[in-house]
Design a protein around this ligand. Structure first.
Ligand SMILES: [Fe+2]
Length: 403
């Protein structure tokens, strides 16, 4: 309550003491909630599931302007966000949704951001239009994010040039969350279209930048922070809560390290930085790494390995499981193309892009379960849901089993 304004009562959770081993953690994972593409029924189901924590992996808002939808599910906004007032208005709009409010009332949230909290496909201080005033726009977007999202950050400073988002959360000794920021410090996207800064789809052999070891996704400081967080972790499960899939996703068959056709905005655009991250996971000795991702509006279950171009072997073992959640509302591609993708990329065990929803994880000291939860119809605010697929993890193995 502040003055005459009364907030509804929500529920939070206090994390277990550092030396406790809780018997169970229920975690909901969501991302990508483009307003015009549907209703937030996924959030109503998240609230009803009564999770201990919600992890939101980016694209909480979409900054862009009028969207050319023939049959939008909800009112279309008319202008793209550039200024602080415009970003604030967008959060205000999104947060009017009762189901989104319910998910915030149900549990504490762990959040990171992706590009659309600021601008499509931005990388560090460069946007896809190569705008000279992008720094001011980014500062406005960061401030609006800070003002509207549940964050554990120091007080806001005026004229925000940067904002440290990456952080750790411990759930007793059961789980340590390493929450990453893959936008603020990344190198410019590789091999963009002429005169542009955004993403592209390139043949690996035609883009030498992909093989430049100086290119980074997390930045040097965050990489060092992650090494430290993993190597000091006593947690049973080390959960990487981050934006976009690590699993390689080639648009053509891959027979050698020079092969492949990749979208440059994801980890496929930063393959050597990805390899450093995977090496860190292994060399740190951290228990049971578990990678979460969003961004691509598709459910994926994948087994990560150091060299995606070679089969699993003693020299090229599975290093960690990765689960990518679909979008809350944002649109995706037809399932037939996703199925082709799964067949072309053998480390992908499952892919489903024709359904919207979220992930539900049940983590216990010995085993964990991951459920892909799908809405019947994203255009229906009262939509029911169904469990599309479930996977089981055992703390003595990094392999994924169908449950
Ligand atoms: Fe998205």
């Amino acid at each position: 309550m502040l003055g005459e304004a009364v907030s509804p009562v929500g529920r939070t959770r206090t994390a277990p003491a550092p030396d406790m081993l809780p018997r169970r953690l229920k975690l909901a994972v969501a991302s990508c909630q483009h307003w015009e593409f549907g209703h937030y029924a996924a959030h109503r189901h998240i609230a009803q599931a009564a999770p201990d924590l919600v992890a939101f992996l980016g694209d909480y808002i979409y900054e862009w302007g009028p969207y050319q939808l023939q049959h939008p599910a909800r009112a279309i906004r008319t202008s793209e966000s550039f200024t602080l007032d415009q970003y604030r208005a967008r959060y205000a709009q999104y947060k009017t949704d009762r189901d989104l409010q319910a998910a915030h009332h149900a549990a504490p949230w762990i959040v990171t951001w992706d590009d659309h909290e600021v601008a499509n496909d931005y990388a560090g201080d460069i946007d896809e239009r190569l705008s000279s005033d992008f720094a001011a726009r980014r500062a406005a977007a960061y401030q609006a994010f800070y003002e509207h999202m549940p964050l554990r950050l120091p007080p806001l400073r005026a004229g925000l040039k940067s904002m440290r988002m990456y952080q750790r959360y411990d759930w007793g000794r059961l789980a340590r969350f390493h929450v990453l920021d893959d936008r603020q410090y990344r190198s410019p996207l590789a091999c963009p279209k002429p005169g542009r800064g955004g993403s592209n789809v390139v043949l690996a052999r035609a883009c030498a930048e992909l093989r430049d070891p100086r290119r980074t996704m997390l930045g040097e400081e965050q990489e060092a922070w992650l090494v430290q967080g993993l190597s000091t972790s006593r947690a049973r499960w080390n959960i990487l809560a981050q934006q976009t899939p690590l699993a390689q996703s080639s648009g053509v068959p891959v027979r050698s390290a020079e092969d492949g056709r990749f979208w440059t905005d994801g980890w496929d655009g930063y393959p050597l930085a990805r390899r450093r991250l995977l090496d860190t996971l292994v060399n740190s000795g951290a228990g049971n790494p578990l990678v979460l991702a969003g961004d691509v509006h598709t459910f994926y279950a994948s087994e990560l390995r150091r060299d995606f171009t070679r089969p699993v072997s003693k020299a090229n073992p599975v290093l960690a499981p990765e689960f990518c959640g679909t979008s809350v509302t944002s649109s995706s591609r037809p399932q037939a193309r996703t199925q082709e993708n799964v067949e072309r990329n053998p480390h992908m065990l499952y892919g489903r892009s024709d359904r919207r929803g979220y992930m539900l994880l049940e983590i216990t000291p010995e085993t964990s379960q991951v459920h892909f939860m799908a809405l019947d119809d994203v255009r229906d605010a009262r939509s029911g849901q169904a469990r599309l697929a479930s996977f089981a993890l055992d703390n003595r193995s990094v392999r994924i089993a169908r449950a």
